[in-house]
Design a protein around this ligand. Structure first.
Ligand SMILES: C[S@@+](CC[C@H](N)C(=O)[O-])C[C@H]1O[C@@H](n2cnc3c(N)ncnc32)[C@H](O)[C@@H]1O
Length: 196
């Protein structure tokens, strides 16, 4: 169990309280604008407070939540009508078979992948099989760091990620935005589609 998991396992309530009203609405709107049929199932990975889950659901789309912290998933289940699952994003084989068995069409991953090591991120983009769209956001920067609270984070440039994903994915949209919690860095976000 790594220090990021330990942080969220212990502090999930205070973390979720601080972000519950901070959904990246403009980025979500761009992602949703590429989905023609709102009945197609979207799976969010690392839902945290459920801020994006609620926004996507309230827009009339079919969305399920997930996280690797069991208490977060129980809280999502209590507060929202959507289904929510315990899923670790680094277990890509499981994720692929889960998406097939539950007819998930699209993946939404906001502010989660920065917690993966760069080799885990490379592995994720090498193996992930998503039928529809994939939204992701990452922190802009260089290198990696373990924060004082124990969370491990990696930072990327637009160019690094686009080099990595363009092997398998077409880039439908890109956006750079300031952090909504007032921290001095930018979020980079993309909507991707697997090349056929
Ligand atoms: C920075 S928070 C972002 C939460 C939410 N997506 C948002 O935008 O507010 C990261 C979330 O990802 C979850 N997470 C971190 N690593 C994960 C992993 N390997 N698999 C699944 N969830 C993970 C954490 O438990 C936490 O809820």
């Amino acid at each position: 169990m790594n220090s990021t998991y330990k942080y969220y396992e212990k502090h999930w309530q205070e973390y979720c309280q601080s972000t519950v009203d901070k959904a990246p609405t403009s980025e979500i709107d761009t992602f949703l604008s590429h989905i023609e049929n709102p009945k197609e199932l979207i799976l969010e990975l690392g839902s945290g407070s459920g801020n994006s889950l609620k926004y996507i659901h309230d827009k009339g789309f079919n969305v399920s939540g997930s996280d690797y912290i069991i208490d977060i998933v129980l809280s999502l289940k209590q507060r929202f009508k959507c289904c929510s699952y315990v899923i670790d994003i680094t277990d890509v084989e499981f994720l692929n078979s889960f998406m097939t068995s539950t007819t998930v069409k699209h993946l939404f991953i906001s502010a989660v992948l920065q917690h993966l090591s760069s080799s885990e991120l490379i592995d994720f983009f090498k193996k992930i099989e998503v039928k529809g769209l994939l939204f992701l956001s990452l922190k802009e920067g260089v290198g990696e760091k373990t924060l004082e609270d124990g969370r491990y984070e990696t930072y990327y440039t637009q160019r690094q990620i686009e080099r990595l994903v363009s092997k398998r994915f077409e880039i439908l949209s890109f956006n750079r935005s300031e952090d909504m919690l007032g921290c001095s860095f930018n979020w980079l976000s993309w909507t991707l589609k697997l090349k056929s």
